[in-house]
Write a protein that binds this ligand. Sequence first.
Ligand code: ADP
Ligand code: MG
Length: 212
Amino acid sequence: MNEITVEDLQRLFQDIAEVMTAERDNLCQLDGVIGDADHGIAMELGFTAAAKAVGALDPIATDPAAVFNSAAKSFLNAVGASSGPLYATAFMRAGATVKGKASLSESDMLDAFVALAKGIQDRGKAEVGEKTMVDAWAPAAAACENARTQGKTLQVCLAEALKAAEAGREATKAMVASKGRSARLGERSIGHVDPGAASAALIISTIRRFFA
Ligand code: ADP
Ligand code: MG
């Protein structure tokens, strides 16, 4: 695959925003069961703002790090829910990983992907098994790194990441929430998919499709 440019990243954010808009009601419905029913709105607002801010950057005068930093700032400003700072930190970390690069190699893109996942975990301090988006992001990043160690292409790494994220999303059904709003439900959260894990799998699916 060719180098990944600022324009590619602009299109990627746009794609994710469109998926979040299409899935807004489903995500709100999931959040309505164990949270406050706003997760779809938060994700749509956040990614629409990020796509708009990123899309307004001049691709000639901008580098990939600036794209991620702009996404972080606009996502944080647009989202009052707890997913706001989580994704803002994720994008900041992705930006820091690719600092100074004019465009991204496949390997740089994988670095950014893994940094994004780690950023969410560092910011929210959730571990796997606590029924959060980390249950999708952490196994996705691990699967990605594992495939990369075996010398796989970006496409294969992202396909492995998606498989792990979807398995993680499904696994949240059996978990008791212990972080975030749904923790108040305790055992009553069992049997329901975590909305943040569901949106994470959608984001990863969109990234995989973009690079397929
Ligand atoms: P809020 O809970 O403020 O309404 P959202 O509805 O946008 O925010 O997001 C809820 C999702 O955020 C949850 O489904 C969960 O995946 C995720 N989440 C909550 N707290 C944390 C945390 N500490 N670490 C990681 N993810 C978290
Ligand atoms: Mg909510």
